[in-house]
Design a protein around this ligand. Structure first.
Ligand SMILES: NC(=O)c1ccc[n+]([C@@H]2O[C@H](COP(=O)([O-])OP(=O)(O)OC[C@H]3O[C@@H](n4cnc5c(N)ncnc54)[C@H](OP(=O)(O)O)[C@@H]3O)[C@@H](O)[C@H]2O)c1
Length: 288
């Protein structure tokens, strides 16, 4: 099966990537299965892996997901150079009321230090695509973005993305990063449609839009009913509703990429098929 590819910055890569977060945070599978899941995706032709400095269990060793990605690529027999590996800096794991949580630290010195640690963990001289994970309300956004520009100048990152960004923040980042800003990674799915405005804006200004938690998140989404029209169509087409959701997201524009997560080979293998699922105009109209 030849997978759908699209242009993301200087890369021509698969429109469906593997979101690796669930392989290393709370609820993760055992390591062998995690590596198998990444290998299954790569063997099937997936050429886009998404990780982050902060994808580790709260209270546990840091950067476990970046280490996992490096090890999985090192033990994979295929063409490593073809694989776009994206990572992110600006988050860290913490606890809130005893529950695992995500802290944010967008101070320039922190971003620069963490990005260098990411490159080291991934075993690369320069990171293919480095995202600022989330704006830090305590730090002026332009200061965080200037740190990302410095990381490109120093050769730590080849290209930059921003994540969880508003239109204002996208435009501010464009002003500072110019052509080195290539992607915006925001949440987008049938249960999270408010980022449609950023999806449209990125198309207008020539950036890739990368959808995170495209299936509503690996913890059971609160609003399951929003998936009902996708389930209905999936039944008619004889495919999983997850494939219909991802295909509908990809149909929002040629600049859209999706990053479904998976804890096992079976789910990512099914999701990768979404790029081949063509929805008719009438079907897209029904889905909204
Ligand atoms: N930038 C950010 O701030 C941010 C935040 C969150 C997530 N992300 C990125 O988004 C990625 C995905 O997010 P996510 O894992 O929360 O949510 P998701 O992709 O919306 O959902 C993943 C869940 O869907 C299931 N699934 C995937 N494909 C399936 C299929 N074809 N059939 C049936 N079930 C399927 C998986 O099942 P199994 O568990 O059974 O495999 C998993 O439980 C993350 O890995 C990360 O890379 C980024």
């Amino acid at each position: 099966m030849t997978l759908l590819t699209r242009t993301l910055g200087s890369h021509q890569t698969t429109a469906v990537g593997l979101g690796c977060m669930g392989l290393s945070i709370e609820g993760k599978p055992e390591r062998g299965q995690a590596v198998e899941t990444i290998h299954a995706a790569l063997d099937a032709g997936c050429r886009h892996l998404d990780t982050a400095w902060s994808y580790y269990e709260s209270g546990g060793p840091e950067q476990t997901n970046e280490n996992l990605v490096r090890e999985a690529l090192a033990s994979w027999k295929g063409p490593r150079d073809e694989v776009l590996v994206a990572t992110k800096v600006g988050h860290y794991r913490n606890f809130e009321d005893g529950e695992p949580s995500w802290g944010v630290d967008g101070r320039p010195e922190n971003l620069i230090r963490r990005a260098k640690e990411s490159a080291m963990a991934l075993g690369v001289d320069a990171i293919d695509l480095l995202y600022l994970h989330r704006p830090d309300p305590e730090v002026p956004y332009q200061e965080s973005i200037q740190a990302m520009a410095q990381l490109v100048q120093e050769g730590v990152a080849k290209e930059v993305g921003i994540s969880n960004a508003s239109i204002e923040q996208i435009d501010l980042a464009r002003g500072i990063l110019g052509q080195t800003l290539v992607a915006v990674q925001n949440q987008f799915s049938p249960i999270f449609l408010s980022s449609r405005q950023e999806l449209k804006h990125t198309q207008q200004v020539g950036l890739a839009f990368v959808a995170w938690s495209p299936l509503g998140g690996f913890r059971k989404p609160k609003d399951e009913a929003k998936f009902d029209p996708f389930r209905q169509l999936a039944e008619e087409r004889g495919v999983s509703y997850q494939q219909v959701v991802l295909a509908w997201e990809l149909a929002q524009g040629d600049h859209v990429f999706v990053l479904p997560g998976a804890h096992r080979p079976q789910t990512i293998l099914d999701s990768l098929g979404a790029g081949q699922l063509e929805l008719t105009r009438e079907e897209l109209g029904r889905l909204g």
